[in-house]
Design a protein around this ligand. Structure first.
Ligand SMILES: NC(=O)c1ccc[n+]([C@@H]2O[C@H](COP(=O)([O-])OP(=O)(O)OC[C@H]3O[C@@H](n4cnc5c(N)ncnc54)[C@H](O)[C@@H]3O)[C@@H](O)[C@H]2O)c1
Ligand SMILES: O=CCCC(=O)O
Length: 484
């Protein structure tokens, strides 16, 4: 069983672990039991300035190393993460709440980004452009953007860090990481892993503490050239506005409102099983979780029967128990949002087919029943706001055109899904869905080798794949006059 000291020096600046200058600390709780796990340092402006200076100082050396040299350190970090996977998963569940089997999956996924970008570090290619003039040679060379500020959320406290830090380090950037206050322990472990892997001092810095003050300091400093953020659309918009001060580059992975379309030619058993997997993963607190389920009228009854049967079999409880399917919500605020969405839907005529309230698991945490709603309409908050909890509204549609129109009727554009056995339909619908990601008979699209990211108000840029490293480079165009 993992254990923690009462207080942890969680600021990692210029290769040294330290406390906040103010001596302030921030408690970290287990959301299943509400026990205090430990306290971490509560940094602010002063520590962030030092972290930026440290990253700036380290940039020249790190960016001058060959891709192959950087690759070796990333590969070592990958190996360390895999060797320590069980302990890291337990830490993740302790501070975040998700079932251990999901936490283990996240650690594997987090490590896979390190492996992928260890490989990509050696393959950051430029371009040679055939010139229209005899006396000129034209080249494009990729160069690291410089100091990167990475701001990450609590729902995937490991993989959201490695998905940013992996490509940033591979490209030759140095990093200041600000993790979510709810889940700093996974971030600390990742930094320790890089320390052990031999990363030079100052290349990777960690600042925990006052989000507003840290954010403001990162935004106000000219030497931070890129903000890479995963979190809510609201905070993403703020960062985008404020980045204009120094015209920083931005990469934003924001909220979603994923639709699932179940067509009459779908494998209904598969559709029910995967709809459930999508909706209730991490208790519904996943950016690509299904938020709206649209089922073709002719199969609605058969599908709902299968769905309900499976939902009823789900076990809500402590993530550390083997048979738990759904853990707690992250905090009181999250619980209040879920409750308010349910209340709003019911007051506007929704029918609760299953669930619909908190559940007593004999623990103090924020446990909520998996909930299925019918008779929903577009005016309900569940239909246009991200619930970030285990509620799934089910609606019917008549035609393919109607399904596409309703699926696209949102400001979000992260992930969307469809179930059909008809290849022609799959292709037609996929092309018309206004989303960065489309899952066809698949609800787990995130993988290191593919570009993950949203459009519309779900974000800018891609993480993963060979595309992901390009967020962290500038393409320098070189025009050379030569004597022929
Ligand atoms: N698109 C994706 O890939 C993806 C992945 C995971 C989560 N998300 C989204 O993240 C959200 C849930 O995460 P959350 O509640 O942690 O989001 P959040 O926006 O509240 O917080 C995210 C991070 O931003 C920090 N932050 C908050 N205010 C800030 C400020 N003024 N300046 C600087 N930093 C600030 C937080 O401390 C945290 O580290 C959901 O909307 C979810 O959809 C998106
Ligand atoms: O980006 C958020 C979700 C990540 C995942 O599905 O593993």
């Amino acid at each position: 069983m993992v254990s923690f000291p009462k207080k942890i020096k969680s600021l990692y600046i210029d290769g040294k672990w330290q406390s906040a200058a103010s001596g302030k600390t921030d408690p970290v709780y287990n959301p299943a039991t509400m026990e205090k796990i430990t306290e971490v340092s509560f940094g602010g402006k002063q520590e962030t300035v030092k972290a930026i200076q440290s990253a700036s100082k380290a940039f020249l050396q790190w960016s001058s190393m060959t891709g192959r040299e950087r690759s070796q350190i990333l590969y070592r970090a990958y190996q360390l993460m895999m060797e320590d996977a069980d302990r890291l998963a337990e830490i993740l569940t302790t501070e975040q709440g998700k079932p251990l089997k999901e936490a283990k999956g996240e650690i594997q996924s987090a490590a896979s980004f390190l492996l992928w970008y260890a490989e990509e570090a050696s393959r950051l290619y430029g371009e040679w452009i055939p010139s229209s003039k005899q006396e000129k040679r034209l080249l494009v060379i990729p160069q690291p953007v410089g100091v990167v500020a990475a701001i990450t959320p609590w729902n995937f406290p490991s993989s959201m860090i490695t998905r940013k830090v992996g490509p940033a380090l591979a490209a030759g950037c140095t990093v200041v990481l600000k993790p979510a206050p709810e889940t700093p322990l996974s971030a600390i472990e990742i930094v320790k892993m890089f320390e052990k892997a031999g990363l030079p001092e100052g290349v990777f810095n960690l600042v925990t503490g006052d989000a507003k003050e840290i954010g403001e300091t990162l935004l106000g400093d000219k030497s931070v050239r890129l903000i890479t953020f995963t979190g809510s659309t609201e905070v993403g918009k703020y960062l985008m506005r404020e980045s204009s001060r120094h015209v920083k580059k931005l990469s934003l992975e924001l909220g979603g409102h994923a639709p699932i379309l179940v067509f009459e030619d779908a494998d209904l058993e598969l559709a029910a099983e995967l709809s459930l997997a999508s909706k209730f993963r991490n208790a519904g607190q996943t950016c690509i979780c299904a938020n709206r389920l649209f089922v073709q009228e002719s199969v609605q009854e058969a599908f709902s029967e299968k769905l309900l049967e499976k939902v009823k079999a789900l076990k809500v409880g402590y993530g550390k128990e083997e048979d738990t399917d759904i853990g707690p919500l992250i905090n009181q605020q999250a619980l209040e949002k879920v409750e308010s969405h349910l209340k709003d839907a019911v007051s506007r005529g929704a029918e609760v087919l299953y669930g619909g309230g908190v559940i007593d698991c004999g623990l103090q945490g924020y446990f909520y029943q998996p909930t299925v709603l019918a008779n929903v309409n577009p005016d309900m908050r569940v239909m246009y706001e991200e619930t970030f909890g285990p509620i799934i509204p089910v609606q019917t549609f008549k035609t393919e055109e109607e399904a596409i129109e309703r699926a696209n009727d949102t400001d979000y554009g992260l992930a969307s899904y469809m179930f059909t056995e008809n290849l022609n339909r799959a292709y037609r619908v996929m092309e018309k869905l206004e989303y960065g990601i489309v899952g066809v008979n698949d609800v787990l699209p995130a993988t290191a080798e593919a570009p993950f990211g949203g459009i519309k108000q779900s974000g800018i840029g891609k993480e993963g794949g060979h595309h992901g490293i390009h967020e962290f480079v500038e393409m320098k165009y070189v025009s050379m006059g030569i004597k022929v």
